[in-house]
Design a protein around this ligand. Structure first.
Ligand SMILES: Cc1cc2nc3c(=O)[nH]c(=O)nc-3n(C[C@H](O)[C@H](O)[C@H](O)COP(=O)(O)OP(=O)(O)OC[C@H]3O[C@@H](n4cnc5c(N)ncnc54)[C@H](O)[C@@H]3O)c2cc1C
Length: 288
């Protein structure tokens, strides 16, 4: 299947891309890796008259240290570049681990972090990691640049806090220091790899106890979310198998899980508990 005809533009700068977005409005779609947009166009679920390819803008594809505690990732950085980055593996391995679990190597070679976050598929992998890391998303629009906290970014199914005239330009994640460990684990759909349930955990251990925990899910409901009940149940506790299992039992308590041909709501609820336990245990192991 091929998409309907469209006009193609390849701006050379972010300002040029923003000007085109302003001019063309709802008739245009931004193209990054095309791994979600092009299938939608082929299926006629999206029919833009114009496609604005941001993949050819230099300076949007990078992974770098920004100060002593933060890593900055340009929006068109591919999943493969994130998965294989030595800097991320060393300073924020959770993100590299998450990228490595996306789809297959062909998808990871062209799909981008900005595209995945802007698309906000409820079963996408990055959102759980981005929430557990308390990352920041940098958006640029006609009114300038603004920072959106990960916790305020995902608004619902395929819906984010990005305005129609804004580009996601950068993602900022913290470096995980000594005593802090992170993990992302999922049960992926056997065909696409999308998460049936995915769980990211970031745990800081002090004196054998949990000083802080951030636990986030994807795949469970219409959007990725932080699970405050699990986080509260484990914080301050000794990090043994028993207390982790007890905290994991709280998982996904306050959400209405999705139900589809592959996994019922009850099964997703069950998987959320299983993956919360596994992700927390792995994060604790890595924090030591
Ligand atoms: C076979 C297959 C398997 C997959 N499996 C997984 C999986 O297991 N886990 C997973 O998480 N994902 C999976 N994906 C999705 C993949 O990760 C995509 O790369 C991602 O969802 C979209 O990124 P992209 O760069 O391809 O964006 P595109 O497809 O180019 O764009 C997606 C949407 O985001 C918008 N957009 C893109 N960049 C920006 C930006 N910078 N600012 C504002 N809006 C922007 C576009 O306008 C479009 O609406 C799979 C995809 C395929 C085809």
């Amino acid at each position: 299947m091929i998409p309907a005809a469209f006009e193609y533009a390849a701006p050379k700068t972010v300002d040029e891309a923003l000007a085109l977005m302003q001019k063309l409005g709802a008739n245009a779609k931004v193209l990054a890796g095309g791994q979600s947009l092009l299938p939608m166009m082929k299926l006629r679920l999206a029919n833009p008259a114009h496609v604005i390819d941001i993949g050819r803008i230099p300076n949007l594809r990078y992974i770098k240290e920004d100060g002593r505690h933060t890593l900055a990732i340009g929006t068109t950085t591919t999943h493969w570049e994130i998965e294989s980055s030595d800097l991320l593996k060393k300073k924020c391995p959770l993100l590299a681990e998450t990228a490595a679990q996306i789809g297959d190597v062909q998808v990871r070679n062209v799909g981008t972090i900005g595209g995945a976050l802007a698309h906000a598929d409820p079963a996408a992998d990055y959102p759980a990691a981005i929430l557990a890391l308390e990352a920041e998303i940098i958006a640029r629009g006609p009114k300038g640049t603004r920072t959106v906290k990960a916790g305020e970014f995902f608004k619902g199914i395929f819906t984010t806090a990005l305005g129609a005239d804004e580009l996601l330009v950068e993602v900022r994640v913290p470096m995980l220091g000594t005593g802090t460990g992170g993990a992302y684990l999922k049960m992926g759909h056997p065909a696409s790899g999308f998460a049936i349930v995915g769980c990211a955990a970031v745990v800081t251990v002090q004196g054998g106890k949990c000083a802080s925990a951030r636990v986030a899910f994807t795949g469970v409901s219409d959007r990725a979310f932080r699970d405050a009940a699990v986080e509260k149940a484990i914080t301050g506790k000794a990090l043994d198998a028993q207390s982790v299992a007890a905290a994991a039992e709280q998982a996904a308590g306050g959400v209405a899980p999705l139900s589809d041909y592959y996994a019922s709501a009850d099964y997703r609820s069950h998987l959320a508990k299983v993956f919360a336990k596994r992700a927390l245990m792995k994060a604790v192991e890595r924090a030591k």
